[in-house]
Ligand binder design. Structure first.
Ligand SMILES: [Zn+2]
Length: 343
């Protein structure tokens, strides 16, 4: 089968397009003929090599994908050849204490399609049956591939962790990223007011076209003063900061009393300057979050199915042009998801 893979970790030049054997589904697994896959920043980290995560080489990238079930392994009961599915990238053991509580993304052996095992940048991918969910009929293949990882991540943070309510104000740091755009979509669907920051005037304009209530240029650094000005000195209820070191202290300074700070990543570094006095005096809560549970994925899927949620596709490349697609992501030129068409 045609696939995008690398034989050694490194920069953009290690990416190859070529032929690899079609995998076969094991017990409880399905083989999916991929129609579309989507890029995530994770793919770049995996290509460079993540300390502590050893992948079998050659490694196929890609956590997001949608396609048609080609065949099923022994013991698969709910899916059959021909079913149209979208993949939940998070794989859990189903047996540990966290899985038994339904907290699948806390699983002691939690891993992702495309991070620890072969991914979706290929004509075929294998996944556990439970991870292959019915594709919402109203979405194109490109749209179906574009939402799983980022929308699930944003959904868990906003709905489960922050318990976001209509009328509350959310500040999204660095709009344009997959998770940031997903959070904007979800927050508007839930009736929140949404402020966004970006260093790009064009991205602020695009965010407003998607419903953002205000945009702040974060390139001067001290964006919390502008947040205070917009909110009448109060600050916002929730901040989503996956940027990390470069923006963390300003994110804390942007929160109202009792506010909630959400993090699912730290693209500029994991060790920021902290403001502990403001955290305890203003009684702030910091929530770390990764991916989500099967129940959260199902809840979110329901909103895609009835048309209340839709992803934002930045651009579509053929599978063979994945190198160009990855360059667009690495240069942060995208707004929303970059998708690969596989068939
Ligand atoms: Zn588990």
């Amino acid at each position: 089968m045609k696939a995008i893979f690398f034989r050694r970790h490194g920069g953009p030049d290690v990416i190859e397009y070529g032929d690899l054997p079609v995998p076969s589904p094991g017990p409880g697994q399905v083989l999916v003929r991929v129609k579309a896959a989507a890029l995530n920043h994770l793919d770049i980290f995996v290509r460079r090599g993540i300390p502590g995560i050893i992948v079998a080489l050659p490694h196929i990238l890609g956590s997001d994908g949608a396609g048609v079930v080609e065949s099923v392994g022994p013991g698969v009961t709910c899916l059959k050849s021909g079913d149209e599915v979208v993949l939940n990238p998070g794989i859990d053991c189903g047996k540990c204490e966290f899985c038994l509580k339904g907290e699948h993304s806390l699983c002691v052996s939690f891993h992702l399609i495309g991070e620890h095992i072969a991914g979706t940048y290929a004509e075929y991918v294998v996944a556990p049956e439970i991870n292959a969910c019915p594709k919402p009929a109203g979405l194109s293949w490109e749209e179906a591939a574009a939402f799983p990882l980022t929308f699930l991540t944003a959904w868990r943070m906003l709905v489960t962790k922050a318990c976001a309510k209509p009328g509350e104000t959310l500040l999204i740091i660095g709009i344009g990223s997959g998770v940031g755009v997903a959070a904007l979509r979800i927050a508007k669907a839930l009736g929140l007011n949404v402020l966004v920051t970006s260093g790009s005037a064009e991205k602020l304009v695009r965010a407003k076209a998607l419903g953002a209530d205000g945009g702040i240029d974060h390139s001067p650094g001290a964006f919390s003063r502008e947040v205070r000005r917009i909110t009448g000195k109060r600050g916002v209820d929730i901040v989503l900061d996956s940027v990390g070191k470069a923006t963390w202290k300003e994110s804390i300074a942007s929160l109202a009393r009792g506010g909630k700070l959400l993090t699912c990543g730290a693209t500029t570094g994991p060790n920021p300057e902290e403001d502990i006095a403001r955290i305890f005096w203003n009684q702030l809560t910091v929530y770390g979050s990764t991916m989500g549970t099967h129940a959260e994925f199902a809840d979110m899927l329901g909103m895609f199915r009835d048309g209340r949620l839709s992803p934002v596709v930045d651009s579509v490349f053929p599978l063979a042009k994945a190198k160009e697609a990855l360059a667009r992501l690495e240069e942060k030129r995208q707004f929303g998801k970059i998708v690969l068409r596989v068939d």
